[in-house]
Write a protein that binds this ligand. Structure first.
Ligand code: GDG
Length: 459
């Protein structure tokens, strides 16, 4: 059995951490099964980048390296989070291209690849994750590494016209061609990538799902990420799950709760969602005093200026809505920046009649899946889901909305609140079946299976 080497910007959190998510769990499973190695940034910033640290424990082998303050600024904050992240989410207006960022991004990727190189074994299968590490394989190939290397993009792949606005986008495309397999969440992402590659690389050809260009062959395939739905449903019954569920039920006193859960990020459409909720209270006066909206939005990327702007916008909007509609015994909108434990979150979902997942763009969106998994099959809540989330391609039994249309989103909240039980059950059954059919373990199994049979496409 070949060994899995997983490469991601952050290694872990592995277990016990409040934010340990499905991805970490899926990787840990596959890593343990193959006695694999997990490599990436330690999460620490140190004045001098001091080689790498190896750790073994709990059946897991990790290799991590620190970033210098300059590397952190250029590679992580700069090119990854102020350039690729907004651009790939269609926010050209927020994309801050800077040549320094791009150089730093390539330098860190090259240094990471050089750090990993001596630890590689001839039969290794290497799985690189996400937009931080696009050029990683290119350096490995330059150093003669010919093992199977796959890449999975967790965020959307944008349309060709959007990508062409990025200076040096051809370097990104060239870097992607160093892999054997490129995985995306949806068929639409694959199509957008192929449209871009076939039209922008002279001489590129496509045979089935294999792209031939620049002397290499790369397979392109969709692998929609899932969750462990069975385990997630159990979270409701844990101590934390029960505690949060009961707290909310007591506080609600029979009112309907609508819930939103997102990292505080401008891609998630939180201001538009607040406006849609305001619209609900305006257009349907009977909802006043009868519904509460809970938005959990833990802070993220706080050192990136666009996130600070979003934070103050949301503080302003939430104050405006509560100021206009609150009563002495009713707070229409509860907006919290605190991180809730993973199990506690399941209790909050369970206590909510409506799950409002309305990103402006999203690779997949796991909150949509978690909300469904946490529902009571006998009396389930209703998922209202943005058509621009990758999840919408799979979760067709949700109420699909356009997040920019605040009137329609307000209307969907009303439809969800008043949906008859048999329709809620039917939709929930269909959604849950989808989650069970294609869960997180199948996602990693299929990606790795495809990668192993795909290798050797290089020149
Ligand atoms: C990227 C892509 C793609 C949120 N608040 C709390 C908390 N969370 C957890 C959720 C969920 C996760 O964070 C968020 O996952 P998403 O999928 O919604 O979004 P991103 O973080 O942007 O992830 C995305 C994903 O990668 C996987 O490929 O789906 O499209 O953007 O699990 O529950 N967890 C806890 N407390 C919180 O307060 N414990």
């Amino acid at each position: 059995m070949s060994r899995l080497v997983a490469v991601s910007n952050r290694v872990g959190p592995i277990r016990g951490a409040t934010r340990a998510g499905g991805l970490a769990i899926a990787l840990v499973d596959s890593l343990k099964a193959s006695k694999g190695l997990w490599f990436g940034w330690s999460g620490k910033i140190a004045e001098a980048s001091s080689g790498a640290t190896t750790e073994r424990g709990g059946g897991l082998h990790t290799l991590t390296t620190d970033l210098t303050p300059q590397e952190h600024e250029d590679y992580y904050n700069g090119f990854a989070n102020r350039c690729l992240w907004p651009l790939f989410h269609y926010r050209i207006d927020l994309t801050a291209y800077d040549r320094r960022y791009f150089d730093g991004y390539r330098r860190v990727n090259a240094r990471f690849a050089q750090t990993l190189r001596p630890h590689l074994l001839p039969d290794d299968v290497i799985w690189v994750h996400d937009y931080h590490l696009i050029p990683f394989a290119e350096t490995l190939r330059e150093m003669g590494v010919d093992q199977h290397i796959g890449f999975f993009l967790h965020i959307p792949f944008p349309s060709r016209e959007v990508l062409l606005t990025l200076p040096h986008q051809d370097r990104i495309l060239q870097a992607l061609m160093a892999y054997d397999l490129l995985g995306f969440h949806t068929e639409r992402d694959c199509e957008r990538f192929l449209d871009y590659a076939v039209n922008e690389i002279p001489g590129a050809t496509l045979a089935g799902d294999v792209l031939c260009a620049l002397g290499r062959k790369v397979r392109i395939k969709a692998f929609p990420i899932g969750i462990d739905a069975r385990e997630y449903a159990e979270f409701v019954w844990t101590e934390d799950g029960q505690r949060q569920w009961q707290r909310v039920k007591t506080a609600l006193r029979g009112r309907d709760q609508i819930i939103g859960v997102d990292r505080l990020d401008y891609t998630k459409g939180i201001p538009q969602r607040f406006l849609a909720y305001e619209r609900l209270l305006q257009d349907y006066p009977a909802t006043r005093g009868q519904v509460e909206f809970l938005q959990v939005a833990p802070l993220s990327r706080e050192t990136v200026p666009e996130y600070a702007t979003l934070r103050s916008e949301l503080e302003h909007l939430s104050a405006r809505i509560n100021g206009a509609f609150a009563d002495v015994d009713w707070t229409p909108l509860r907006y919290i920046n605190r991180t809730v434990s993973r199990r506690g979150l399941a209790g909050l979902y369970r206590a909510s009649k409506v799950g409002l997942v309305t990103p402006l763009r999203d690779g997949m969106n796991l909150v949509a899946k978690e909300y469904v998994a946490a529902q009571d099959p006998a009396d389930p809540g209703v998922l209202v889901l943005s058509r621009f989330a990758g999840a919408a391609a799979q979760m067709k039994a949700a109420l699909i909305v356009n997040p920019y249309d605040t009137v329609a989103v307000a209307e969907a909240m009303q439809i969800a609140r008043h949906m008859p039980l048999d329709e809620r059950q039917r939709r929930h059954r269909e959604l849950m079946q989808g989650l069970l059919d294609y869960d997180i373990r199948r996602w990693s199994r299929e990606f790795l299976g495809t990668l192993k049979e795909t290798g050797g496409h290089g020149d």
